[in-house]
Structures are given as C-alpha cells and as structure tokens.
Design a protein around this ligand. Structure first.
Ligand code: ADP
Ligand code: MG
Length: 691
C-alpha cells in the first residue's frame, strides 16, 4: 500500500502513543464516536435550546477581549439578517486575535445556549467562507482524540481527511470478512461500504447500515472465539463419569421435601448429561433469588458421591456457608453421608481431624468459604465443585479448585442469583454452558413493593407492628459504603435507636447486624433471628446474599436511593421465601435523580430479576455490572451490549451454526472467515505499518 498522505513519521508516532494505532487496520477501526450534522443551515431566528448543535452562516460584526486571568475570553457578535448572537472563546485567544476578521463571512457550528437574552455558542467551530476554503458538509465525523493530538493539528477534520485518503488507497485491498450467506440472510452491507460509511457516511441511512454491519461482524467474531474456546476446552479436559443413580433415587423416593419445579428438573437433566459425557462440566447456573438453586446443588452432589467422588460447596461469606451447611446437614444425615464445614473460624484442632478425613475420603461433602482454597485442603477424589454467588470469586480462584484434583479436574457448577442479562451472559460467560432456573416454586406470592418517603416512617412502623402481630419478622436495611462509612454507621445506630423506642421491650426484641461485628457475633444475631427470638433485624447489606429466613416477610430499605438496582433486588429477595404475602418498602428522600426514579419504579413494577438486570444494564452500561475480573472480554470497539442484544443473538446463533457445520472453516463458503482469522493472526505482515 502506498505511503499514507497526511501522516508523516511524527504523526505516526503520535498515533501510536496516544491512540495505540499501529497499522492501517487499527486506524480504520478507530471509528468516529459521533457525527456532526452539517447537512443543513439554521438562521439565528430558528435557533432553539433543544438543538444539540446548529450550523449558521453569517457575518462577524465585531469582537473584543473581556475579563482577566482564567476568565479572559474573546466575545464576538455574529449576525445573519434574522438576528444576532454571541460567539465566545476562552482558549486560543492570541491566535483568534490574529486571525478573526471584522465583517468577515463565516460558517459557525456548535451548541446554541441562551445567555443574556440572546443565543451564544461557546467555542464554536469556525469556517471561513472563502473561495478556496473547503466547507464542512454532510455528516462530519468526530473522533476520540487527545489534547496532544489536537495541539499537533490532528483534529477530527484532519483525521477525517486521512481516513478518506486511506479508504481510497485501501479500497482494492479491503476484503469481505463475512460469508455471503450471512450477508444475505441478515441483509448486511459489504465490508468496504461499511468502512467507508462509518467514517464518511453518504447519508444517515448509510451510517446506520454501516454500524449494523460492523457490530454484527464484531460480535460474530467475538462469539466465534468464545464458542470455539469452549469446544477446545471440552476436547481437552476429560471429566469423571457419574452414571450410578442409587442415591439419587433414594433421595427422590424418600426424602425430597417438595416436588421440584419444571425448571429445576430441566437443569438437573442438563447437569446429568454433562456428568455422563466424559467431559468436564463448566456450567453457570443462573436463578433468581428464591428459585431453589440449593436443592439442585445437593442433588448434583448426590450424583457425584454415588460414583465414589467427593463434592464441595464454596460460599462467599461465613454466614452463607453456615446456612448452606445447616440446610444440607439434615439431608446428608438422612442419607448417611458425612458433611463438614470449613471456614475462617474453624479451629486448628478441628482442622487437624478435618484435613485427614477429607484426604481419606471419609467426608463426602464439604461446605466452606475461601478457606477451602488453602493448600492444606486436599481431597481423595474431588468430583464436583459448586461455587455459590459467583460474582465474588475470580477466575484465579476457580483455577485453584480445578487443581484440587490432580488426576482429573472436578466438574464445576457456578451458581449465581445476580441475573445477568442474556446478552451479557453470552459474552461474558460464552465459555461456560448456561442453565437458567426461570420459574419460582409454586405457591409463592409475588412480593409487593412500595415506595415511601421518609416522612411516612410512622405509617411504616405501624405496618411493621401489624406484620409482627401476625407472627412475621422484619428486616430494616441501611446502606453502608466505605466512603461515607462513619456517617453511615451513625445513621444505622440512630435508626436502630429510633426503632428500639418505637418497638420497646419486652414485647419486641430487635437484633443488629453489621460488618464491624466479629464473625461469631454476626452469626449469633443471625441465629437469633432465624430462631425467631428477634422480630426485627436492623442490618447493613451484610445480609444481602443468600440468607434464608422464610418467616421474614417485610424488608424495609432505608435510603433506597443509594442502592444500585441489582442490590435492591438482592435485598428484596431475602423476603418472599415462605408461603405468606411479603412486602418490600423502599424509603427515600424527596429529591431523586431521574436514574434513581427509574430504579425505584422498576423495583415497584416488577419482581423479575432478568427484567431488572436489563434495566440495570441500560442505566449503568456493561462495564459496571461485571466488575474487573472479566474486563478482558469487554474490548468491543463498536457494539454496545446494552443496546445490541438482538444483533448479538443473531451473531451467536450464526457462529454456533457455522462451528457445528464446519469447525475448521474448510468449506469454500467459509473462506472469508478463514482468511480473516489468518489475517488477524499475522496482522503485522498483512497490514503495512503506518510510517
Ligand atoms: P436460591 O435459589 O435463592 O438459593 P434456595 O435454594 O435458598 O433459593 O430456595 C429458596 C427456598 O425455596 C428454600 O426454602 C427452599 O427450601 C425452597 N424451595 C426450593 N425449591 C422448591 C420447590 N420446588 N418447591 C417448594 N419450595 C422450594
Ligand atoms: Mg442461595
């Protein structure tokens, strides 16, 4: 390819350093983040605050310098026969003073804002109307740039010009990267047209088509990679075969406490299929709070134990580990199986017996926290590792569990109650198989959620009294975040005291639970609540995950505006676990931002975790939802997981179908894929470096 006009060695170096652009390919993928619409002109009389930006043609009447220091600015009066407006600059004053021409004709572009009775544009783009000056027209691309680049005159206009030259030069070399079949099926435009129109759109309609095409391509290759990694992993790692089902049958026939829901049965079938496949299972089990994941976990454990293997269940907190242990112990006992628990507070003395019991295979099930990851914890034959509430564990920790069986890696089941929108799950966990429990046990009454302002507190206290009268229990939750920890503790304690005053002893007993308490103190409080010795539990979000007290039917969330949507949903999930009608009360102040209103309204409107997760994704964007551990997968240049769900679904289905039919892309129709993957592999050779 020819040397790129407009990019000398110095600019090339700047592009490398500032934007990580090394090749022509990188440059072509530096898509504009928006476009200025220069297709029409406005008169000054037509200007309106609601316009994001407007282009006006007129005459610069006069200008002067005002103000001192950082407030120093150039203010110009601009007219067009329909009115006049101001143009204001705070930067580049010396240059402006030199170049601005009184009575000169210009085209200005920027956001009009009313100021002192007329419109003004701050830092407008300014174009001379001059016979040999090219005016911006049409849809003008705006690129993400740095200050340094702008200083060296690599502004959006300059980049746009470079793109034009590059696209013209590269045109004959640009190859189609998608099979014709997909292009036809989804009516996509070709690669060349897409690249051209993403930078230099012929019209808004072409721009939309270009975006759709490039998003599809990006997500298609993203899914192709994830799915083929998963296939490779499957080929590579064998799994123990769990074919015996005696224990399972015994449990079903004699001990199962309730009929399983259809969704629970389906998920168990999926797990069983993995268990007899001879390959390692890596499965994510998504199920809304209260959907009954624990029993599914236990039944999966039975299948492992029935075949001479051991199972472990790892939870993110001691409270949860205890609860799982206490919940599973009666079942294990009834089945004649040995179950143990290992957490940070397990004594050295107990560990001395526990470690060998595990190693000799006497212990069938071990429940615990991160303590299970310690090197001292060794198994005779770990066959199944279940990780509850996955988002608190990193990939590295999962790998540690793999290593606990040096002969053959254990099957892995990751359970999460944080519903992840399908679109996101497909991308983030594309390399895990996904099971979903999308059905609540029969007879559950949907939780009623209401929004109340702080001044309604006495009404809420009255309601709490009523419920307690009926024998129910109540949670009152306060926010606690590190940045405002002191104040938050004060709020919590103040709230606790006012509740104590409103619910005096001996009629009422109130517990308190927060992160500053010692583990055994927390456990004590939790146990008192569980045994119904306290009617009200005042707490911070330590109760957020997984805690199960079916008799608790009211959840009051104080300062609800300070919680994220998924957190509110998790908290609400602590009630509605029994057969009684449950309630969630969201308390807030009067002043709420529009995002907060959306969060509260969503909570009031629906109990569906997946719907809530979708709204959360819209509000926060995907980065926030997933935390840092998966960030490597999020390097999408153009697709937006919050908005492009339908494109992602299509891309994933296409990728899956092609991998099923032609895993190595040898069929002639899949040549574009093979070529593109090859090209990506040796990017350096294929794309000349920018120099
Ligand atoms: P989660 O999915 O949030 O972990 P759990 O496993 O704690 O939910 O189950 C919530 C409650 O529902 C528990 O009390 C459990 O015993 C009960 N449960 C689970 N499955 C069923 C079912 N099929 N029918 C009735 N109750 C069930
Ligand atoms: Mg649970």
């Amino acid at each position: 390819m020819e040397f790129l006009r407009g990019v000398g060695p110095q600019r090339a170096e700047l592009l490398n350093k500032e934007l990580n652009i090394f090749t022509y390919g990188d440059l072509l993928q530096h898509y504009p983040f928006r476009f200025d619409d220069r297709t029409r002109f406005y008169t000054i009389s037509e200007l309106d605050e609601s316009l994001p930006a407007a282009q006006v043609r007129g005459r610069l009447r006069d200008w002067y310098t005002e103000g001192e220091g950082s407030k120093k600015r150039v203010v110009a009066t601009f007219t067009d026969g329909t009115g006049s407006m101001s143009l204001v600059w705070f930067q580049g004053l010396t240059w402006l003073e030199k170049t601005l021409r009184r009575e000169g004709e210009y085209v200005v572009y920027g956001k009009p804002q009313p100021f002192n009775g007329r419109y003004s544009i701050v830092h407008p783009e300014l174009d001379n109307i001059h016979p040999d000056h090219e005016l911006e027209t049409g849809m003008v691309p705006v690129y993400n740039l740095t200050e340094k680049l702008r200083k060296r005159h690599l502004d959006s206009k300059a980049i746009g010009k470079i793109m034009r030259t590059l696209l013209e030069g590269a045109w004959p070399h640009l190859r189609e990267t998608l099979p014709d079949e997909l292009i036809q099926k989804y009516r996509l435009i070709g690669k060349r047209e897409a690249l051209w129109n993403i930078h230099l759109p012929q019209s808004p309609a072409w721009l939309r088509q270009a975006e759709r095409r490039l998003k599809f391509e990006e997500l298609f290759y993203n899914q192709l990679r994830l799915i083929s990694n998963k296939l490779l992993q499957k080929e590579e790692y064998p799994g123990q075969v769990f074919a015996n089902t005696q224990l399972l049958k015994h449990f079903y026939e004699h001990l199962l406490p309730f009929p399983l829901t259809g969704a629970q049965k389906r998920v168990l079938k999926e797990i069983r299929t993995d268990f007899v496949s001879g390959k390692q299972m890596n499965r994510l089990l998504q199920g809304d709070v209260g959907s009954g994941k624990t029993i599914v976990a236990f039944i999966a454990m039975l299948m492992a134990i029935d075949n001479g293997a051991q199972a472990c269940l790892m939870a993110p907190t001691e409270i949860l580990a205890d609860q799982h242990y206490n919940g599973l112990k009666p079942f294990a006992d009834a089945m004649g199986l040995n179950i143990s628990i290992l957490t940070g507070s397990t004594t050295t003395k107990r560990r001395k017996t526990l470690h060998p019991e595990l190693q000799e295979g006497k212990t069938h099930i071990i429940v615990g926290t991160h303590a299970l990851l310690e090197d001292a914890v060794q198994f005779k034959n770990l066959g199944l590792c279940i990780i509850d509430e996955q988002h608190r564990f990193g990939v590295a920790q999962r790998a540690k569990m793999w290593a606990k069986n040096p002969v053959i890696p254990p099957h892995i089941l990751v359970m999460t109650a944080t519903p992840i929108p399908r679109t996101l799950a497909m991308t983030l966990y594309g390399n895990l198989d996904i099971s979903v429990i999308d059905e609540l046990p029969a007879g559950r009454k949907p939780i009623k959620t209401v929004h109340k302002y702080d001044k309604h507190r006495s009404e809420i206290f009255g309601f709490m009294r009523q419920e307690i009268e009926k024998g129910r229990q109540v949670y009152v939750v306060y926010p606690l975040i590190e940045e405002s920890e002191k104040l938050d503790y004060k709020d919590l304690m103040d709230g606790f005291e006012s509740i104590q005053r409103a619910f005096p002893r001996p009629k009422y007993e109130i517990g308190i639970l927060h992160g500053k308490m010692l583990p055994y103190e927390k456990d004590d409080e939790m146990q008192r609540f569980l045994r119904h010795e306290t009617q009200i539990l005042v707490a911070t979000t330590v109760i957020e995950v997984g805690v199960n007290v079916p008799n608790a039917s009211v959840m009051v969330i104080e300062s609800a505006e300070r919680f994220g949507l998924s957190q509110l949903h998790q908290l609400r999930g602590r009630v509605g676990r029994g057969s009684e009608q449950s309630y969630c009360v969201l308390m807030t102040g009067y002043k709420l931002s529009s995002d907060t209103k959306t969060r509260i309204e969503t909570m009031v409107r629906t109990n569906n975790g997946f719907e809530i997760a979708d709204v959360d994704l819209q509000l926060r964007g995907p980065g926030d939802l997933t935390g840092t551990q998966q960030s490597g997968l999020m390097d999408l240049m153009i697709a937006d997981l919050a908005k492009d769900g339908p494109i992602l679904t299509a891309a994933r289905e296409s990728a899956q179908k092609i991998l099923d039919e032609d895993p190595h892309f040898v069929l002639p129709q899949n040549a574009p894929i093979r070529n593109h993957i090859d090209a990506l592999g040796k990017k350096e050779n294929n794309w000349s470096r920018i120099s």
